[in-house]
Design a protein around this ligand. Structure first.
Ligand SMILES: [Zn+2]
Length: 328
């Protein structure tokens, strides 16, 4: 678990080559995984392995991990501009969803989107990201000298007096490049549409392995007038074939699970879980964040199985659903 940023030092190896060589030192806390640290800084796990000269992802509390900031998506951090008066802040905790945050502060998802112009996703936000909590409905924009404020206000049909008051602006000289301006009452239509598209992309499942389907989801006759219910898809593939995460999420189980043999379970945004059974090898740890397509294990025939294959399940609200309806 990442409760607070435990960056102990921001070391600049060479101030002239800031972007290339800057790194943060992070002390591993109990329960931390390398995947979580990577996701926090929006880095691939490989970048952390390389910058720390490691081969494996196992980390122990107290260890120091070098986080190469130059490789972080979006580049290096710069000081964030102050939000307008009346805004609160919320730091995303592990496992927390945006709907939990909006109900906690009594605001709508569109209010949250309107107040966070840099929001890249509704579902895949890194733990530790700071969200601005708006005092009401509206749109937060970044002011730049080439931005014609009058034109923006006209386009959004906003009341200039109300906008100036909401931002405690008394004179044109109060406007500074990069400052955040709150446009109360303006709906963030464009941002919402864009994020809805992102969400749709992120919520799709891809095939974890490619092979012949040997058993479909649903009832099947086992002879003698009896039938049973198959809760997943069976895909035949040679032992050792790589298994990919069908969708991004957090590993919630990785180990032996009776007739499922070696099983990995991944929880996704919205609460779905995907299950990957009968593995010969498990290559992830509980708590680890995985991206869609990440290697999570290898095909095997462990547990109740008659030959090497992947048994793949998708569970929604705890009930197995037909994966074929969810896969692209
Ligand atoms: Zn099966």
């Amino acid at each position: 678990m990442i409760r607070s940023l435990s960056i102990v030092a921001l070391a600049l190896l060479a101030s002239a080559a800031f972007a290339a060589d800057a790194y943060a030192l992070r002390i591993v806390r109990p329960g931390d995984t390398l995947g979580q640290v990577a996701s926090l800084y929006r880095l691939p796990v490989d970048a952390l392995l390389e910058s720390n000269g490691r081969n494996g992802t196992t980390v122990h509390p107290g260890e120091r991990i070098r986080v190469p900031l130059g490789e972080a998506l979006g580049g290096l951090a710069e000081p964030a501009p102050e939000p307008p008066p009346g805004f609160g802040r919320h730091v995303l905790a592990p496992g927390e969803t945006l709907s939990e945050i909006t109900s906690r502060y009594g605001i709508g998802i569109d209010d949250l989107v309107g107040a966070n112009p840099d929001l890249s996703s509704l579902d895949r936000l890194p733990v530790g990201v700071e969200l601005l909590i708006p005092p009401g409905s509206g749109l937060l924009v970044r002011w730049e000298p080439d931005l014609d404020l009058g034109e923006v206000l006209r386009r959004h049909d906003a009341d200039p007096v109300r906008v100036l008051r909401a931002n405690a602006i008394h004179a044109p000289s109060d406007l500074e490049p990069g400052m955040l301006l709150w446009l109360p009452g303006i709906a963030p239509t464009t941002a919402l549409e864009r994020l809805a598209q992102v969400r749709e992309m992120e919520n799709r499942y891809v095939w974890p392995v490619h092979g012949r389907i040997t058993s479909y989801f649903g009832r099947r006759s086992i002879g003698m007038g009896t039938s049973n219910f198959h809760r997943g898809l069976d895909v035949a593939a040679p032992t050792g074939t790589p298994i990919a995460a069908a969708r991004s999420g957090t590993v919630t189980f990785a180990g032996w699970y009776g007739s499922y043999g070696y099983l990995v379970r991944i929880r996704h945004a919205g609460g779905d879980e995907s299950w990957y059974a009968h593995k010969s090898r498990i290559l992830v740890d509980v708590g680890q964040s995985v991206a869609q397509g990440d290697l999570i294990g290898r095909v095997g025939s462990t547990g109740l199985s008659t030959g090497p294959h992947l048994h793949f399940e998708i569970r929604r609200n705890g009930t197995a659903i037909d994966p074929l309806g969810e896969l692209n």
